[in-house]
Design a binder for this molecule. Structure first.
Ligand code: AMP
Length: 432
C-alpha cells in the first residue's frame, strides 16, 4: 500500500497529515501529489469526496514553504478558485488544518458578507487566497488585491464554475495571474468546455483520473422508488422516521420547493434544516453546523447550495426530485460514502421524470435497483418531452400519465410544474 511518506512530501507536512488522522493517501492523492511537487500542470478528474483538497493542498503548501518567499501588500502567492461560498470556506478550513506548524497564511473571500473586512485582510498580503470568482473580481476592481504575483492557480470544481456562468470571470482572472505559473484544474465531469478551458490555461498538463467521468462511487447503494409526485413527501417522512439515527441530505430542484419540504418534515417531528439561495450566508453556515453537530439530522438542499460541501457521515442522499442535468445526480449522491464510508442514494421518481431517470442511468452506466413502485412507460414523459424535456424517444399516447390521474394534494412541486424545463443559472454569482 502506498503511504504518504513515499509521495515526496516534507516532514512538516507529513506530521500535519498525521494530525488530521489520514493514514493512507486516497487514489487522487497518490497520483496527484508527486506530479504537483514536480511542478507539473494537472488536470484532475475526480468526484467529490475523493480527497481532492489535500491532493492539491498538501503539495501546494510544500512548494510554498520550499520557496520561502513573502507575499507583498495586497498580493497572494497562490490563488484557489471554487464555485460556491461553502466550498471556499471548506477548502480554507482544510488548508488551515495543514498549516498549523507553518508560518503560511490563508485568506478566503466569498460573496454575501461585508467586503470591507476582506479588503483590510488582503491589504497585508497572503500566501494562499481561496475565493469565489465573483467576489474576487469585485476586489480586483476595487484594487484591493493584486494577482500578478500568484504563481499557483487552482480551479476547483471547474465544471460547476462553468455551469454557474463564471467562464468570463475565469478568463479575466487567469489573465491577471502570472503567466509563469503552475495551474491545477479539478473537475468531477469533463465536458467539452472544460477540455477547452484546460487547453487555454494549462501547459502540457498531466491528466489524472480516479474514476471515469460520470461514474458513481462504488460504495454507494443506489435505488429508486417510482411514485406519483404527490406521494413523495409522505413517503419521505416515513423513510426518515424509520431511520432516526441516519444523517440525510434531501435534494430538491427549487428554493421554494426545498423550503416547503423542510417545513413539512419539521411539522412531522423530523429535525430538519435547509440550504438554498434564499438563505443568508449565516443561515447556511448554521444549518451545515447543525447537521455536523447533530442538532438536525436532515438537510434539504438545492444543488448549488450543497455542491462541494463536506459533511462527514451522511448516510442517505434522497433525490426528492431528479435533477434536470444528469451529471448533478453524480454530484448529489457523492455527498454520501465519502472517504471510504458507505451510503445509500435513494431516488424518488415521478412518471414525468422517467426521461431524466433514463438519462441518469445512461450516464452512470448501470441500472438502478427498483425498490418500490412500477417503472412508468416512457410515454409518461412524452408530454414533457414535447415541451422540450429529454427522454430517449418515448412514444406519445398510450397509458395516461399518473400525475394526470390524481389530484394534486401536496403543493411541494407546484412551482416546479409551472417552471420551464431548463433553468440556466448562467451569469449569477454564488447562485441557488
Ligand atoms: P475532499 O474530497 O477534499 O472534500 O475530501 C473529502 C473528505 O475526506 C474530507 O473530510 C477530508 O478530510 C477527508 N480525507 C481527505 N484525504 C483523506 C485521507 N487520505 N484519509 C482519510 N480522510 C481523508
Amino acid at each position: 500500500m502506498t503511504d504518504f511518506q513515499s509521495l515526496g512530501l516534507s516532514d512538516g507536512l507529513l506530521s500535519a497529515v498525521a494530525d488530521n488522522g489520514y493514514d493512507a493517501p486516497t487514489p487522487i492523492q497518490q497520483k496527484a501529489i508527486p506530479l504537483i511537487l514536480a511542478g507539473r500542470d494537472l488536470m484532475g478528474l475526480a468526484q467529490t469526496g475523493t480527497g481532492k483538497t489535500a491532493a492539491f493542498g498538501l503539495p501546494l503548501i510544500d512548494r510554498l514553504l520550499a520557496e520561502n518567499e513573502k507575499a507583498g501588500p495586497k498580493g497572494t502567492r497562490a490563488l484557489i478558485l471554487a464555485p460556491t461560498r461553502e466550498l471556499v470556506n471548506q477548502i480554507a478550513k482544510n488548508l488551515i488544518s495543514f498549516l498549523k506548524h507553518t508560518p503560511l497564511r490563508v485568506a478566503s473571500v466569498v460573496g454575501g458578507v461585508s467586503i470591507n473586512g476582506q479588503i483590510k485582510r488582503l491589504g497585508k498580503g497572503t500566501d494562499i487566497l481561496v475565493a469565489t470568482p465573483g467576489r474576487l473580481l469585485d476586489l480586483v476592481d476595487r484594487r484591493a488585491v493584486d494577482l500578478g504575483s500568484a504563481s499557483y492557480l487552482v480551479l476547483d470544481e471547474a465544471d460547476q464554475m462553468l455551469d454557474l456562468g463564471f467562464i468570463h470571470a475565469l478568463r479575466r482572472i487567469a489573465g491577471l495571474v502570472s503567466d509563469d505559473r503552475q495551474t491545477l484544474l479539478f473537475s468531477a465531469t469533463m465536458p467539452k468546455q472544460i477540455n477547452e478551458l484546460a487547453r487555454s490555461y494549462l501547459t502540457d498538463p498531466e491528466r489524472v483520473e480516479v474514476s471515469p467521468a460520470g461514474k458513481t462511487a462504488d460504495k454507494i447503494t443506489q435505488s429508486v422508488h417510482f411514485m406519483d409526485r404527490t406521494k413523495k413527501s409522505d413517503f419521505l417522512v416515513e423513510q426518515l422516521q424509520a431511520k432516526p439515527d441516519g444523517i440525510s441530505l434531501v435534494f430538491c430542484r427549487t428554493k421554494h420547493g426545498a423550503e416547503r419540504l423542510m417545513r413539512k418534515l419539521s411539522q412531522s417531528g423530523i429535525a430538519a434544516g435547509s440550504i438554498h439561495g434564499n438563505k443568508s450566508q449565516n443561515q447556511r453556515d448554521r444549518a451545515i453546523r447543525d447537521l455536523r453537530e447533530g442538532r438536525i439530522n436532515v438537510l434539504v438542499a438545492t444543488d448549488v447550495a450543497a455542491r462541494g460541501i463536506d459533511i462527514p457521515g451522511v448516510s442517505h442522499v434522497y433525490n426528492f426530485e431528479l435533477p434536470e442535468v444528469a451529471e448533478a445526480y453524480v454530484h448529489r449522491i457523492g455527498r454520501t460514502a465519502r472517504a471510504g464510508a458507505e451510503g445509500d442514494a435513494i431516488a424518488l421518481c415521478a412518471p414525468e421524470e422517467i426521461g431524466l431517470f433514463r438519462q441518469i442511468e445512461k450516464l452512470i452506466g448501470i441500472e438502478i435497483d427498483v425498490a418500490g413502485g412500477e417503472i412508468p412507460p416512457m410515454s409518461a414523459a412524452a408530454g414533457r418531452a414535447k415541451r422540450g424535456g429529454g427522454n430517449r424517444g418515448g412514444k406519445p399516447g398510450g397509458k395516461k400519465p399518473f400525475h394526470k390521474q390524481s389530484s394534486s394534494g401536496d403543493n411541494d412541486n407546484k412551482s416546479q410544474a409551472r417552471r420551464p424545463r431548463r433553468r440556466r443559472q448562467g451569469g449569477r454569482r454564488d447562485a441557488a
